[in-house]
Design a protein around this ligand. Structure first.
Ligand SMILES: *Cc1c(COP(=O)(O)O)cnc(C)c1O
Length: 364
């Protein structure tokens, strides 16, 4: 028998969450963002659940090829555009739309020989200071693109730094609106957080939203709001089984560095999941975990292949019992990935993206 750990991708949850994004921005078309191998879920595994999206957005040309290989003929957007001139050939061949964020990308387009002109998304740096033209340089970039025979449609995009936090999007939205107000073309501004929080505000309405984390069922603004608050369902469950049990006496310690000391007689379960599976080593005693669908806690340090869980209050738990690290237990109880991420000092994004290659994945 293989090691009992397994990740499950929930097709119905992806469908539900995509619907949730649509309801949050009712007039917009929805890109399902599937970069980083669909946030660790696997592009081929999420395709069925997300195929009612209006397009797929990603970064990696190889991932774009994988989506075309699945038979997808609709829009695909390269969020960072091309990385070198010859990437434009693949864009022509596969009909990829691509972001344009710097002058070099315009130079490459100007030198590109193509039968079919491209659709591009001109990216504005409205305050994030990562990729894009500043508002002052945006029009000049637009004019250059607009003069190219290689380009037939120019859309406008920007990306928010604080859509999930107190600063919000007002300052960036103002810069974007001012610089694009009389330019003709479709617009895309919102990520998941902006879609959920501001999607229906008239100022923020746009033709396309870019829904990433929301479709995977994690709350972009956790712990301010939870996945349940936003009516999101986990798209991934990471589960395993108990492979050993220890009965501790008061004063016994557990694991590397003896990080946990029993203050009373208690039983712990040894579960087959460790940091080599992508479970964060930063999780410590107290991190929530489900055993047989009952909420309990991690104790001691996470090892490479094992974690230890407190069996107090989980009657009947023993070898073979189900352990849910995040996602949905067999009895329906949900442990949000965001709570585990918080215990590790990070965000749900990082945990799902870090699911290790050695974990077998099934789609339900
Ligand atoms: C990753 C990404 C998104 C999606 O962000 P979420 O917070 O996961 O919704 C949207 N736009 C761009 C440009 C991105 O890189």
């Amino acid at each position: 028998m293989p090691r009992p750990i397994q990740a499950t991708i929930h097709t119905a949850a992806l469908q539900h969450n995509l619907g949730r994004a649509r309801r949050a921005a009712p007039d917009a078309l929805v890109w399902a963002v599937v970069k980083a191998n669909a946030y660790g879920h696997g592009i081929e595994r999420v395709f069925e659940g997300l195929r009612s999206a209006d397009g797929f957005a990603l970064l990696d040309l190889a991932e774009a090829e994988r989506i075309r290989a699945l038979g997808w003929r609709g829009p695909i957007l390269l969020l960072e555009g091309v990385f070198e001139p010859r990437d434009l050939e693949l864009c022509s061949r596969l009909g990829l739309w691509h972001a344009v964020h710097c002058d070099e990308q315009i130079d490459w387009l100007a030198a590109h020989k193509t039968q079919a002109p491209h659709r591009v998304f001109l990216k504005m740096n409205s305050g994030m200071n990562r990729l894009g033209f500043t508002p002052e340089r945006y029009r000049a970039a637009w004019a250059r693109l607009n003069a190219l025979t290689q380009v037939d449609e120019i859309s406008f995009m920007t990306h928010f730094s604080d859509a999930d936090g107190p600063r919000g999007i007002g300052h960036q939205m103002a810069a974007f609106l001012q610089a694009t107000q009389d330019l003709p073309g479709e617009r895309s501004v919102s990520n998941s957080a902006a879609t959920l929080r501001f999607g229906t505000e008239p100022q923020v309405r746009a033709d396309w939203v870019r829904a990433g984390i929301v479709v995977y069922g994690s709350a972009p603004d956790h712990p301010e709001r939870t996945a349940a608050d936003w009516d999101l369902q986990p798209a991934m469950t990471l589960s395993t089984r108990i492979i050993g049990v220890q009965h501790l006496r008061p004063g016994d310690t557990v694991g590397y560095g003896s990080r946990f000391t029993a203050d009373r007689a208690m039983s712990i379960g040894i579960a087959a999941c460790g940091y080599a599976d992508g479970y964060p080593r930063h999780c410590d005693t107290g991190t929530p975990v489900l055993v047989n669908g009952v909420r309990t806690r991690l104790v001691a340090r996470v090892s490479m292949d094992m974690v230890t869980v407190d069996l107090t209050g989980v009657p009947g738990a023993g070898i073979g019992s189900e352990v849910t690290l995040w996602g949905r237990a067999a009895n329906g109880t949900v442990l949000p990935i965001d709570e585990v991420a918080q215990a590790a000092g990070t965000v749900g994004y990082e945990l799902m993206c870090a699911l290790a290659q050695r974990v077998p994945v099934v789609v339900d």
